[in-house]
Design a protein around this ligand. Structure first.
Ligand code: HEC
Length: 139
């Protein structure tokens, strides 16, 4: 649940920043602030990591921190709904492409909307590490 707090924190920060820029426009400023939040949050995630240097990305940790487990299961093969995919043992290149496509919107199936929301906290350069991790799990 730590990541949810992180998202709330990031969104709160963005909202504050927006508020500081336009203190006069109170209520109307809210909607645009929310609309801008995902992009800003993603940028913040990237900036935070860039500041941390070239630390090697840990796919297992990312799978937890980015809340992937919440839908796909802690073992990546016990999804919360039967029509959510099992990921364990999936080909890394395939998984990477699917994650990218879900993030970009190129893949937009009936269920992708569920996952797309969480992709605002996943930076592009974290995707290979996540895909790699998934591929190492026993199906
Ligand atoms: C809110 C629920 C949810 C969360 C959180 C979530 N996913 Fe998903 N994920 C889905 C759903 C639903 C699908 C299937 C989408 C579809 O039907 O097109 C999916 C699809 C995928 C696929 C493609 C599987 C395939 O066989 O094509 C991969 C890979 C994946 N998710 C990885 C991840 C990773 C890594 C994370 C964490 C960054 C994550 N997901 C977080 C719900 C979620």
């Amino acid at each position: 649940m730590r990541s949810f707090k992180l998202v709330v924190l990031l969104l709160g920060t963005v909202a504050l920043a927006q508020g500081a820029k336009a203190p006069a426009a109170k209520a109307p400023a809210k909607a645009p602030a929310e609309a801008k939040a995902p992009a800003a949050a993603a940028t913040d995630a990237g900036a935070a990591r860039a500041a941390g240097g070239a630390a090697k990305l840990d796919g297992a940790k990312l799978f937890q921190d980015r809340t992937c487990w919440a839908c796909h299961g802690k073992d990546a093969k016990t999804p919360i709904l039967p029509n959510y995919p099992r990921l364990a043992g999936q080909n890394a290149a395939y998984a990477e492409q699917q994650i990218r496509d879900i993030k970009s919107g190129a893949r937009s199936n009936g269920q992708t909307a569920a996952m797309k929301g969480v992709m605002v906290i996943v930076a592009d350069d974290e995707i290979p590490a996540l895909a790699q991790y998934i591929s190492t799990l026993k199906p």
